[in-house]
Write a protein that binds this ligand. Structure first.
Ligand code: VGL
Ligand code: ZN
Length: 214
């Protein structure tokens, strides 16, 4: 089947990662030009029959916040029981405006808004499996129960939540694509290059939004 047929196929889903104010310019963990993605993501969402939105959704005092680790600063790395954790400014605190989806994000037919990173002691870049690499969010089960086998990932940030979600989608057995021009990266210490390297090695395909045009 040509790639351009997949968006309208009931077996495919667009997963839109973390299009929230805290990741937009002016937000607590701003991704450069994050807001410029909104029209492109809207255009893609309109093409897809199945759309899932995610929200990074942390309780106050979350373990990924530098403010929870006295003497540490944002972007430091600390060892946690589940491995190294990058520390971030407080962001996407449950119920705050920074955690809200961008008001111009237009996907009224999206069937699921999945919130992740809700456990105080575990981060979750991935929309599928939390940073302990054990706790499931339920997204793989949701998609599989609905007969979906193909996942297209877009949003913020390419080198963290998009990449981890795409890698976990692939590991869960989904055909997985990242639409590169519908993502923006944080790019911390080579994280963007590493993300593409890891995704390519895992069999995640990198495409451009025009590859889906009919
Ligand atoms: C994200 C860092 C911390 C992301 C979320 O959405 O990429 N990055 N929390
Ligand atoms: Zn977060």
């Amino acid at each position: 089947m040509p790639l351009s047929r997949l968006p309208s196929d009931p077996r495919a889903a667009l997963v839109v990662i973390d299009m929230q104010y805290d990741f937009m310019p002016g937000g607590a963990l701003a991704v450069a030009d994050g807001d410029t993605l909104v029209p492109r993501v809207n255009q893609l969402a309109a093409q897809f029959r199945n759309v899932v939105l995610t929200q990074d959704w942390h309780p106050a005092g979350h373990i990924s916040f530098a403010s929870s680790h006295p003497g540490r600063a944002p972007f430091d790395s600390v060892p946690l029981p589940y491995g190294a954790q990058t520390l971030w400014p407080d962001h996407c605190v449950q119920g705050t405006q920074g955690a809200a989806l961008h008001a111009e994000l237009d996907a009224p037919h999206a069937q699921l808004i999945l919130r992740k990173g809700c456990n105080t002691g575990i981060d979750s870049y991935s929309a599928f499996v939390e940073a302990d690499r054990t706790t499931q969010t339920g997204l793989a089960g949701y998609l599989k129960e609905r007969g979906i086998d193909s996942v297209f990932v877009v949003g913020l940030a390419l080198d963290f939540c998009v990449a981890w979600s795409a890698l976990d989608a692939r590991a869960a057995g989904f055909n997985t694509w990242v639409i590169a021009d519908a993502c923006k990266a944080i790019d911390l210490d080579g994280s963007l290059e590493k993300a593409w390297r890891d995704m390519t090695a895992a069999g995640v395909a990198r495409i451009h939004s025009t590859d889906l045009a009919g």
